[in-house]
Design a protein around this ligand. Structure first.
Ligand SMILES: *[C@@H]1O[C@H](CO)[C@@H](O)[C@H](O)[C@H]1NC(C)=O
Ligand SMILES: *[C@@H]1O[C@H](CO)[C@@H](O)[C@H](O)[C@H]1NC(C)=O
Length: 400
């Protein structure tokens, strides 16, 4: 009796909201091409989220405007959102906002459908100065996954974000598969996928071409597995920067394998701030089977990361790097600084393993260099250039 009443209440609520699912729990978002679907999508999501059985929200083919939208759980049952069309960030509606599309506190979530999130970043990039200074106007991150669990993001694209393309915070068991990120090399701050304070994230079979880091790993990230990702242009794959703020959490268990980087400004990086505001540990960071095509600074541990001279470089980093490996890394470098392992004087990197490395540099200012400081890596296999053969010099690179 009680449950009949419950179901009829739910249906009444759905009808009031103007949505009822078809027999298979599918909520279609109405909209003609060019129209703004913000409120229609929010209504469809809200109805689906209240549905007692798994449901699906479908955005059809076509181009739609979309303003800032937060699709927040907890939901009563798993939800799938299928985006067939293109949603475009409405410039005026997003003025001064820090986010565009947010998926929040949903357990059991799928996003798919081959559709595109177009951040229409072009106009915003011209006024963005966040890559040059701390004080800057915030632009909206295109897609946020906040505290989303048991989720799969498949076959979607993010194009021309105004700020980061995708941000992951507080996720558990979330997989990206066949995701595309596309923005021009010159677009500032358009990180592909930034992750932090999450556990059990996979990024598979994806393509990231953007103006900043392809993948950047923030503090508190645990169990990240990146495999078969193509990256470039962009600033490469980066763990950190770590140690800029107090209250940061440890990083552990990061694996990047079978990836290709092409024309990126950096390759595989770990960066920590000197005079760190906290003393955390980053442990278990493994890079293997990586192909580099014309990548500047292919392999870099930088514990003196200090863009814009915002720190005291004389105070060594208090972030401990432990159990780090680079194995079977091959290809070509865009500059002579092929490998730099610049660890902290206060906390030398511990248990670093360097396997087969074969990175060619053909420039006139060669030969290629391999610098080590405050680290004695265990060498397995062959290294070209010869491991730790160059005395550490001044850091020539400095791209945020
Ligand atoms: C992880 O999430 C997927 C859904 O994407 C689910 O099928 C799987 O059972 C989850 N794994 C665990 C260990 O909960
Ligand atoms: C390598 O990359 C640089 C920019 O970093 C570019 O100017 C150059 O043409 C590239 N070379 C090749 C062979 O692709």
């Amino acid at each position: 009796m009680g449950s009949y009443l419950g179901i009829s209440v739910i249906f009444s609520v759905l009808c009031l909201l103007g949505f009822s699912a078809n027999a298979h729990g599918v909520f279609s978002v109405p909209g003609s091409s060019g129209s703004d679907i913000t409120s229609a999508l929010l209504k469809a999501f809200t109805s689906a989220c209240q549905a007692p059985t798994p449901s699906k929200v479908v955005i059809p083919k076509g181009e739609f405007k979309l303003g800032e939208i937060v699709m927040a759980g907890p939901c009563k049952a798993p939800i799938e959102i299928t985006l067939h069309g293109t949603v475009k960030a409405d410039g005026k509606a997003l003025h001064g906002k820090e986010k565009w599309v947010v998926f929040q506190r949903i357990n059991g979530f799928k996003l798919n459908g081959g559709g595109i999130f177009d951040g229409e970043g072009n106009a915003a990039w011209r006024v963005n100065n966040c890559h040059k200074t701390f004080q800057c106007k915030k632009l909206p991150i295109s897609i946020r996954f906040d505290f989303v669990e048991n989720a799969e993001i498949r076959d979607i694209s993010s194009v021309d974000s105004k700020n980061f393309h995708i941000n992951v915070l507080g996720a558990k068991n979330l997989t990206f598969d066949h995701v595309k990120v596309i923005a021009p090399a010159e677009s500032p701050n358009t990180d592909g996928i930034h992750l932090g304070r999450s556990e059990g994230v996979k990024i598979l079979n994806s393509k990231i071409a953007t103006g900043d880091d392809c993948i950047s790993v923030g503090d508190g990230m645990k169990k990240l597995h990146v495999e078969k990702v193509e990256c470039g242009p962009g600033h490469g794959i980066s763990v950190g920067s770590l140690g800029r703020y107090g209250h940061e959490e440890d990083v552990s268990d990061i694996t990047v394998k079978s990836c290709t980087l092409t024309g990126t400004d950096n390759g595989l990086r770990i960066k920590t701030w000197p005079s760190a505001a906290c003393s955390t540990t980053a442990a278990g960071i493994h890079f293997e089977d990586i192909t580099l095509n014309n990548v500047s600074n292919p392999i870099l541990i930088d514990q003196e990361y200090c863009p814009w001279n915002q720190c005291n470089k004389n105070k060594p980093s208090t972030i401990k790097l432990i159990d780090v490996s680079f194995k079977n890394i091959k290809g070509t470098s865009g500059n002579k600084d092929v490998v730099k392992l610049l660890c902290s004087k206060a906390h030398p990197c511990a248990n670093v393993e360097i396997g087969n490395i074969n990175i060619q540099y053909k420039g006139a200012d060669g030969p290629a260099t391999f610098q080590c400081s405050n680290v004695s890596p265990k060498l397995t296999g062959n290294q070209n250039p010869k491991a730790c053969s160059t005395p550490p010099g001044t850091a020539a690179h400095k791209k945020a």
